[in-house]
Design a protein around this ligand. Sequence first.
Ligand code: ADP
Ligand code: UDP
Length: 238
Amino acid sequence: MKTEELYSGKAKTIYKTENPNELISEFRDSLTAFDGKKKSEATNKGYYNAQISKKIFEMLEEEGIKTHYLGMVSGNEMLVKKVDIILIEVIPRNIAAGSITRKYPVEEGTVFNEPVLVFDYKSDEFGDPMINDDIAVAMGIATREEIDFIRSMALKINDILKGYLESNGFLLPDFKLEFGRVDGEIVLADEISCDTCRFWDVETGESMDKDLFRFDKGDLSKAYEKVARRLVPEIFEE
Ligand code: ADP
Ligand code: UDP
């Protein structure tokens, strides 16, 4: 199925397939944080993230959200539609955590009355700086119409995902989305996993996401497994 490697990023490797319109996204065990300055590996991280992402894409598709997801090739390899990635990291925020608490006088844990949408320019070279609609349009990253569409799609995804996670015992302080163009439409791409979301246990408030690695807060593989046990219990059945 896989032909040549197209791109190897910080957490996934993307391969071409015999079909020019389809790619294989391999979720690896490698971990990075702080613009790639901190690096490590975590056992089974790729597998759990791929399975969590698969489950969330399937759930979103059922709710009418178009995604790049086509199926699984193996435990940690996902078949996806090849898209032209829009270089905006879209971050819906429900509860203050992470960079928003460092950049602005907002205390961690503050619950926002309405979701806060933040756009970052997806660029390792520039360190993913925050951008706005005007900068994105001026740079030719997306049209105004595309940005409006992405905004409404991100808010819809946030609503659905927040409810889904709450029913599984998690709070969703924030998460990162990527969108891409394919066949004249915009679809959700990349991944939705413990690496790209903050998941807080609703009972204990514990982080069950990449913050465990960013801030050396505990065993990441164990926490990702716990998330997978709640969201994808079927993979633990014999
Ligand atoms: P990074 O590039 O930030 O290091 P990853 O290691 O996760 O991140 O690499 C995956 C790359 O593949 C990302 O750059 C992402 O934008 C890109 N990508 C995700 N989904 C698709 C897709 N369907 N088509 C093309 N590229 C994709
Ligand atoms: N995020 C991501 N990739 C990035 C930047 C952020 O997946 O390149 C996710 C991150 O996991 C968190 C949310 O987006 O769930 C908000 O991240 P924040 O801006 O707080 O970044 P931090 O300072 O925590 O890295």
